[in-house]
Design a protein around this ligand. Structure first.
Ligand SMILES: [Zn+2]
Ligand SMILES: [Zn+2]
Length: 143
């Protein structure tokens, strides 16, 4: 391994000079930021083992190159993933995910749509007491 010259060690992220004996390649401030990002990734992978970098970019808003840096550092291991959805099943945007069929914005929209449908259903149909049958409200009012 090449010996690092005295005083020439700098933070890999912000280029601030750091102590040459520092175990990390980052200054303490950047180290904290990077650890926070890594915690998010770790949390996500615990929930979705085998998630892809693109998936994490979409879900966690962590740029792919940041995730790839962790791979380079050996903190993340890339594994071949044979069951990827290449496109969002709804809008067709690029989606490399082992766990999700839809992109985050489509998911949010579908959740809204589903909520709306449920609301409409519960507004229209009112169970009628003692009959055991369901009637639409406007039908009853006409009687
Ligand atoms: Zn730094
Ligand atoms: Zn979509």
């Amino acid at each position: 391994m090449e010996k690092i010259k005295r005083g020439l060690k700098t933070c890999r992220r912000c280029k601030t000079p750091i102590h040459e004996n520092s175990l990390q390649d980052y200054c303490s401030r950047c180290y904290k930021v990077i650890e926070d990002v890594f915690d998010k990734i770790r949390e996500y992978l615990r929930k979705y083992p085998g998630a892809t970098a693109y998936e994490m970019e979409q879900r966690l808003e962590i740029p792919v190159h940041v995730i790839n840096n962790f791979v380079k550092d050996g903190r993340l291991v890339e594994i071949p993933n044979g069951y990827l959805n290449i496109q969002c099943a709804r809008c067709g945007c690029l989606l490399l995910s082992a766990h999700h069929k839809y992109c985050p914005s489509c998911e949010a929209e579908m959740r809204r749509g589903m909520q709306k449908a449920t609301d409409e259903l519960s507004n229209k149909i009112t169970p009628v007491k003692d009959s055991g049958k369901m009637h639409l409200n406007h039908y009853l009012r006409k009687k």
